[in-house]
Design a protein around this ligand. Structure first.
Ligand code: ADP
Ligand code: MG
Length: 288
């Protein structure tokens, strides 16, 4: 079925912008070119969008479309070639205090010489959180990722999936305003993955955190998101930005069985296929 035949999918825009009072994070004309020995690589061409407070936005796009690059620029770990990232109206020039990031490479994100509980508690210690509060937050976060039984283990004693859950616990314990996650569940088994998806949703509800979640799993993007941004293939722009109009209370079985869920995942799938074939949003202007 061609995308135009899918009924009433609310495409908000190609990169939605919001009034300042509702905006937590803004990406404005972001471009990133890597200078390499073999020449310049334009990872991101031109991205503009806003994230509203408490939104859970999923970001999907072909491999190599610059998703990780975008996250690193938002996290203040990489300087854009041009354009800006604004958090609460202030330009991001280094890692912001109220942001936590869970990267794909979980193995490299934990300190091997620190026990699990100390890894999770480290950002809290650095932020000057008192010991008693720290202990409580760490215990709660480990409990919520199903790792309450291994606080004294070292990361290298755990499986890949467990290590990634430690990284997720660390981000949750920190209670950030913005949580960036880059394909965080790629290495965990299916059942744990479903549990962690629900955990991310409940953390967003409980803490009012704003989440930007990169995934290559289309079903996951629709199940988790209040919104899905689809990136084009390189040179990367926003191909589509759509509202996930599913009931706010999600359930792994019931939500995924809704006809609307199927329509939305179908639509996202079609868009990614178009992106992979090199379709550009501007191509549509020549229709009719
Ligand atoms: P994605 O996460 O969507 O798969 P990336 O952001 O990892 O995409 O990469 C986007 C493009 O930028 C790719 O062509 C990749 O090879 C290139 N790239 C990523 N990191 C670097 C780097 N440090 N130096 C040079 N090129 C890079
Ligand atoms: Mg990536």
């Amino acid at each position: 079925m061609p995308p135009e035949d899918v009924p009433d999918i609310a495409v908000v825009s190609r990169g939605r912008t919001l009034p300042p009072e509702r905006t937590l994070l803004s990406v404005r004309g972001l471009r990133k070119v890597y200078e390499t020995g073999g020449g310049a690589v334009e990872a991101v061409r031109d991205l503009t969008f806003d994230l509203g407070r408490n939104e859970l936005t999923c970001l999907v796009g072909p491999s190599g479309s610059g998703k990780t690059t975008l996250l690193k620029c938002i996290a203040g770990l990489l300087a854009p070639t041009s354009g800006d990232v604004l958090l609460d109206g202030k330009r991001v020039t280094g890692p912001p205090k109220k942001m936590a990031v869970v990267f794909q490479e979980y193995g490299r994100s934990l300190y091997p010489w620190l026990r699990v509980a100390d890894n999770v508690g480290l950002p809290l210690r650095n932020a000057g959180v008192p010991a008693a509060r720290r202990t409580a937050l760490v215990a709660e976060a480990l409990e919520s990722v199903g790792l309450a039984h291994v606080p004294r283990a070292y990361p290298w004693q755990l499986s890949g999936g467990m290590q990634q859950r430690v990284a997720i616990a660390r981000a949750i314990a920190y209670q950030p305003e913005v949580l960036l996650m880059d394909e965080p569940f790629a290495a965990v088994d299916a059942q744990t993955r479903a549990d962690l998806e629900d955990l991310v949703r409940s953390v967003r509800e409980r803490l009012g955190v704003t989440v930007l979640f990169v995934t290559h799993d289309i079903d996951e993007s629709v199940y988790l998101g209040t919104r899905v941004i689809i990136l084009s293939s390189s040179p990367t722009v926003v191909q589509e930005d759509l509202v996930v109009d599913l009931p706010d209370q999600r359930d792994q079985l019931e939500t995924r069985a809704l006809p609307r869920f199927t329509e939305l995942r179908h639509h996202v799938y079609e868009q990614i296929q178009l992106a992979k074939r090199g379709h550009r949003p501007e191509d549509e202007k020549v229709a009719d």
